[in-house]
Structure formats: structure tokens, C-alpha cells
Design a protein around this ligand. Structure first.
Ligand code: OKP
Ligand code: ZN
Length: 342
């Protein structure tokens, strides 16, 4: 069965370097990922549309004005100050308990506005981040308009980006923008189901004190994996958001039996939250062959997850997050989406 895919070519100049175990390497979050996903989805017969540019007011409802300005201008400032390294990165981050004053200098701001050295900024980064956000919001609009599941082929991913920090290959939080757009269009309560291998720390932080968006995440236990500092089961939200954040960390090496029990728990929680629309942060780095993950999901398992989600019935937006097993990436996304078409 076929569904609508929103995609854009505007990500293609976003090719960065990543710090990995002490070495600067080409980032595994590369343009080829989107190429592979698009090829598999075209082969599966899904139809494609391009996004319109995301509204600035929506961006400002999720991210701080300083951060948006920083992202839009960082590369130009890097070149202007005579830097010659191929990617802009910070090297110092705010010490614990620091007062939180933003530095004026670009290098200081690169540290202030990031939380991990796996993520850098190149000439094509802002265009790509903006197009990825535009893909997410266009997918959201079409899902609402059509009352159908729509897939946003987002690249770069978004779930690690907070209101004012990039990291984990993410710059703008596509899932948060999608949820915010749903609210803006009159949806009462939104659920975000994050099934990437890694905890979506950015999404969690954006909605942590809110009860209009319930965030539920299944991921590897952060005691032994990025993003290291969030994703524990005792992070349940605060203030009005208390009880509206659920983390289901699993031990490394989890198989589909373990994973699908967590999915049932996640869906039970979302059902209890009485949500009117669902945003899925789809990472397929839970795949058995993923170089970054240890979970043991297979391609048929992704189809089974898609079938399960197809039974939910609320308007659903599926947004691409991680997945790094290049050869299997498209096939896994296609397997997941197939049952969600109509
Ligand atoms: C982004 B997403 C591997 C280093 C990995 C960062 C992982 C970012 C994951 N040696 N560092 O959630 O798929
Ligand atoms: Zn991931």
C-alpha cells in the first residue's frame, strides 16, 4: 500500500565531520542515507512531494531566537574570521553550575549551543537543517489534511536538538516542530513515540514541563551509550509535565521480544494520555546490522512495528531520525512504512 513521502534534495551539501573515540572522521550521518531511503521508497511505489519552507514563527515556538540566529549565521562567521578547518566545532562547553551567560565570540557560542562533538557545522548545514524541518512540518500538514499517515524523510535528524543546542547529528528538532504544528492547528494533545536506538534528549527537554505533548521513548540504557546523561526511567517530567514523559531504557543487545514488550508499554501510556495525533521519531538504528547499535531487530520486525502502529488510528506523522546500516537502511524504512499506507 502506498503513502505520501515528503522529501527534499536540499540536505545534500550537509556533509560533516564527527568526533568519534578521539578521532575526527567523516560523519556516519551522511547524504547517502537519504539517497538510500528515497530509492527504496520509490521502488516500493510511494508518492513523493516537496515541502514549502517552514514558518519562522513555528521555529521560534520551539527554538530560542539566539539559537536560530546562531545556526543561520555560524558558517559565514567561521569563514569571515579566517578559519580554514572544513567544519565549525566548539571545543569548550559550559562547566557544571556555570551561570549560563552566552559568549560573544563564535568559538564560545559553538560550545554554548552544542552538547556533543559528534556534530559540526559546514556551509550546507543551515540549508539542510531548515529543509529537514520543512519536510517535517509539510508531512504534518498533509497528515492532518488527509487524515492519513505521512512520512517525512528528514535529514539531518532532529531528536537530540533542544531549544538551544545541537548535537547527536541534530540541529532543529523536527519531531518537536511537528508536535507544535499539530497543536497550532487545533489538535488538543499530541503523542511523540521515539523509537530510535538513542534517547531523544532534545525532544524530552523541549516538552519536559508541558502536558500538551506526551513524550515516550524506547532506547538503549544511557548508562552505556550516547547521549549518556538522559533517558533514564526516573525522568518522568516536571511541573505540569509530571507524568507526561516516559523513558523505557533497554539493556544493550535487546531482541525483538524485549523491544516489543516495551512498545506495548509505550502504546499503553500514550493511550492513557488520550492523544489525538501521533508523531513517530523513526530511527532504524535498532536494526541487528546497525554499526552504531546493539539491538537485534530484523527487517520483518520493522514491518511488524508498522502493522502494530497502523492499528492505532490517530493521524500519524513518521519522521526519519537515525539508522546507519547504509545497505539496509532503505529496506528497513520501507518495511516499516508498508503497513501504514492506504
Ligand atoms: C544520533 B541518532 C559512535 C559514536 C556515536 C553519536 C550518536 C548519535 C546518534 N562511536 N555518537 O540518535 O541516531
Ligand atoms: Zn540513533
Amino acid at each position: 500500500m502506498s503513502l505520501l513521502v515528503i522529501a527534499s534534495e536540499a540536505h545534500s551539501d550537509h556533509e560533516t565531520v564527527a568526533m568519534d573515540d578521539g578521532a575526527l572522521v567523516p560523519s556516519p550521518e551522511n547524504p547517502q542515507r537519504a539517497v538510500m531511503i528515497e530509492a527504496a521508497l520509490r521502488h516500493a511505489g510511494h508518492h513523493f512531494a516537496e515541502p514549502v519552507e517552514v514558518d519562522a514563527g513555528l521555529l521560534a515556538a520551539v527554538h530560542t531566537p539566539e539559537y536560530l540566529e546562531f545556526l543561520a549565521t555560524a558558517w559565514g562567521r567561521w569563514v569571515e574570521r579566517g578559519e580554514t578547518a572544513p567544519a565549525a566545532m566548539g571545543f569548550a562547553w559550559p562547566p557544571r553550575g556555570s551561570p549560563g551567560t552566552r559568549p560573544d565570540d563564535l568559538i564560545g557560542q559553538l560550545g554554548f549551543h552544542s552538547f556533543s562533538a559528534d556534530t559540526s557545522i559546514v556551509a550546507g548545514t543551515w540549508t539542510a537543517a531548515l529543509s529537514s524541518a520543512s519536510v517535517a512540518v509539510a508531512a504534518t500538514d498533509r497528515a492532518l489534511d488527509n487524515g492519513a499517515t505521512v512520512y517525512g524523510l528528514c535529514r539531518p535528524p532532529g531528536h537530540h536538538a533542544s531549544a538551544d543546542q545541537f548535537g547527536g547529528y541534530c540541529y532543529l528538532n523536527n519531531a518537536a516542530l511537528s508536535a507544535q504544528r499539530l497543536l497550532e492547528r487545533g489538535v488538543q494533545r499530541v503523542g511523540i513515540l521515539d523509537i530510535d536506538y538513542h534517547h531523544g534528549n532534545g525532544t524530552q527537554s523541549i516538552f519536559y514541563d508541558r502536558s500538551d505533548v506526551m513524550v515516550v521513548s524506547i532506547h538503549v540504557d544511557p548508562r552505556n551509550e550516547f547521549p549518556w546523561f538522559t533517558g533514564h526511567a526516573n525522568e518522568v517530567g516536571e511541573g505540569r509535565g509530571h507524568g507526561w514523559n516516559l523513558n523505557l531504557p533497554l539493556s544493550a543487545g535487546a531482541d525483538f521480544g524485549t523491544w516489543s514488550s516495551a512498545l506495548e508499554q509505550a502504546l499503553g501510556c500514550l493511550e492513557g494520555g488520550d492523544i489525538d495525533a501521533l508523531v513517530v521519531s523513526l530511527g532504524v538504528d535498532t536494526f541487528e546490522g546497525d554499526p552504531m547499535g546493539t539491538f537485534r531487530l530484523t527487517t520483518p520486525d520493522f514491518a511488524a512495528i508498522g502493522r502494530r502502529l497502523a492499528t492505532i488510528g490517530s493521524p500519524t506523522v513518521v519522521l526519519q531520525e537515525g539508522g546507519y546500516a547504509i545497505a539496509d537502511l532503505g529496506v528497513n524504512v520501507a518495511a516499516f512504512l508498508e503497513p501504514l499506507g492506504q
